[in-house]
Design a protein around this ligand. Sequence first.
Ligand code: B3K
Ligand code: ZN
Length: 885
Amino acid sequence: GITIRREDYQPYPFLIPTIELEFELSAERTQVRSRLVVERRKDVLISSDLILNGEDLTLVSLELNGVVLSQTQYTLTEATLTVHNVPDRAELVIVGTCQPAQNTSLSGLYVSGKHLFTQCEPQGFRRITWFADRPDVMSIYRVTLRASRSEFPLLLSNGNLLQQRELEAGRHEAQWHDPFAKPSYLFAVVAGDFVCREHHTRTASGREVLLQVYSDVGTEDQTEWAMESLERALRWDETRFGLELDLDRFMIVAARDFNMGAMENKGLNIFNAAYVLANPNTATDGNFQAIESVIGHEYFHNWTGNRVTCRDWFELSLKEGLTVFRDQEFTADMMAAGLPATEAASARAVQRIDDVMGLRLSQYPEDRGPMAHPIRPESYQEISNFYTATVYSKGAEVIRMMHTLLGEQAFRAGMDEYFRRHDGQAVTCDDFINAMQWALQQTAPQKNLDVFRHWYRQAGTPRVSVQLQHDPVAKRCTVTLTQDCPAVGVEKASPIVKQPFHIPVTLGLLDDTGKSLSPQVTLELKEASQTWVFDNISTRPTPSLLRNFSAPVLIDYAYQDQELALLSAHDDNAFTRWEAGQEIASRKMIALAQAWRQHAKFEELDPLLAKSWSASLLAKDLDAGYRARLLSIPPSHAVIERMAHMDPLAVLEVRTRIREQLGTTHAATLLNTYQANLTPGQYSPSPGPAGKRALKNLALTYLMASKHPEAANLTQTQFRHATNMTDRMAAFTALIHDGSSELNAPAATQFYEDWQHDQLVVDKWFSTLASSPRTGVNELTGLMAHPAFTMRNPNRVRAVVFAFCMSNTRGFHAQDGQGYHFWSDQVLALDAINPEIAARLARVGDQWARFIPEVSQRLHAQLERIATHPTLSRNTLEIVSKALS
Ligand code: B3K
Ligand code: ZN
């Protein structure tokens, strides 16, 4: 593949101030007439040729300043249209066609159900018409849509609807105008038949705006939560950041077939239906929360992404890291809203725990593997492969560290300054840091972000080692932090020496009754090693390190068992308290897994783990949702990730046994916990009742795991009589994953019969079966033969193929190696349909070299099989060639 480098950035030599698009929409063949005004930039000196991107298009005609061009005046290739000798100012009219019904990649203009949708980020616009398809070319769009009225009664595009009229032969037309200049990736069109939920509201400054949520006919009872979430997002951005909606109308449309979660097209967000549709009967607490978060995320992009956009795709984290940070804060504020202080703190901690778990499960492995890259990558072959956990989640952590270093007020001042400087521009991460540095220096002139910038240039997860010394005579404690971050991924090939990171480490010191010995501080580690002194500390303290997860690093401290026990029982920081319990469990699991591998023998349950776990079970004063996190045994993936030689089956075995033993030993208390956390009455997805459900359902899974005599009945009763999908899914999953064969087959049949009409619930059915430890390749192949399975729908593929390869440790890593062969088969099959999705699945092979040898060899063989396939997309080729290099 061809490598594109950040350092090679060149501005585009033309401005394209306006574009007028006329669509003759139809699924088989859509014609697009594009009228561009192009002006040569005097400040950029390049040839007089105008180079436009275009892929999978058929050219019908081309005119320059009203004159039809002959074939010598332009050059057309698979990827570009070059118009030669373009004058300084010109009008170009291009007519071309594309074939939405043939477009299975879901990038560009495509068919989903009976509707037409577009997805343009990052490079889909070039699959609709020829254009300078890059984020730093910003234009005012005027769009005319024409189509059959019966087939496509609604015709939507960005901005304001100028007019609508009937045409001859059953056709009609709508004209849209977006008053804000935007890059092509934010362009959108939707055509089809939808129901629409509407809400009129006013912005903070009193402007009236119309909010709309469009979805498939028959889903009108599933869009209320989305609308409420949208309005909450609008209010939150006004109060927390002083940012208002800038359009008269804001539309969200749900699509069944969608590659990602959603897309922030200006004024016309297009969403994966999974992040729009919900009611208590069809969606779980987790779904409700995810919907609120994604709706917030896309809405917040209107300022961080759209009003200020990226200069080029290397700067993706400028909008994504920042917007994830904003959506995380939004969710935390919503979770804490209206709660008394202590409950609010634990609601925030729950949110932080979930976000950090996500980071550790997806980004930490990425940072150790062949795809490791800084949050601002230096190079790529296919940009679609760089919508990664690093750019998004680690990017958000980097923004959060700035927030920690500056404090809320200065951070807000930095945001204000960023918009003051760059509204309407396409800028870089440096521009953002500069605005933040300006704000920092208003309050702390001696401080700067010079070292902090290294987070944008260097990949890898830094390891911070902690040395603590205590002098009882001087009553003095010294803490030394040392950082290290070896070269990872592409860095290994470059001679550059890595610089220290600027790492905020928030810490507390506890005495041996768990009382704080000194106020919490945030140490700013900026050098390879630094030491801090704490006075008036009479006994050797236990450090509570990296409170609230103040930096995306690994902490190395030789905790004694009793120190971890102390933290897990008494740390007054809810995050590190949880962390201590997880650390106890992970350490024991790794030791047990190694022992299991050596003698296929499982030792007694470790007393320390048993004790800290049961203390949490009995800590009834704690919030239920928080307690559910305390009582969760770390997921296998998180533990495997910490092993020198990753051994998935051993960890799974150990985890299963631990859950069994805990369930057996504490059956009575678990049954009480179950009964004490029922949530009768009307369903609400808010953190209070959702936390209770999480705890109650966790108790149920322990009872099922331990085959408690009452568990099967309890689970079946819950499955039959659940009044919401959270409880129904919890019981269903327990029956399928932990129930006997007499229980799980009827449950599978029943669930499908009850819910076959609802595609999103059918996805839940598929993914529960695909991730069940009972499902091996044979069963999975059976599942893929089900009439409701299709490789064309990404949600379905995620529910079946991805769920098996990523969440079914036993099935995927089965010792006969069939799982790996299945995986490579599916990567190749998907690659011919949807390269973006195929490349994502291919990343399952990333970690091949870190497994125990027998796994490693087999994965490697399958990677080679994929790599040598005669036709491979650029997307998948980049992933497998990096994995093999
Ligand atoms: N900005 C979109 C990303 C879509 C990319 C598709 N290849 C989603 C989001 O982050 O909001
Ligand atoms: Zn985003």
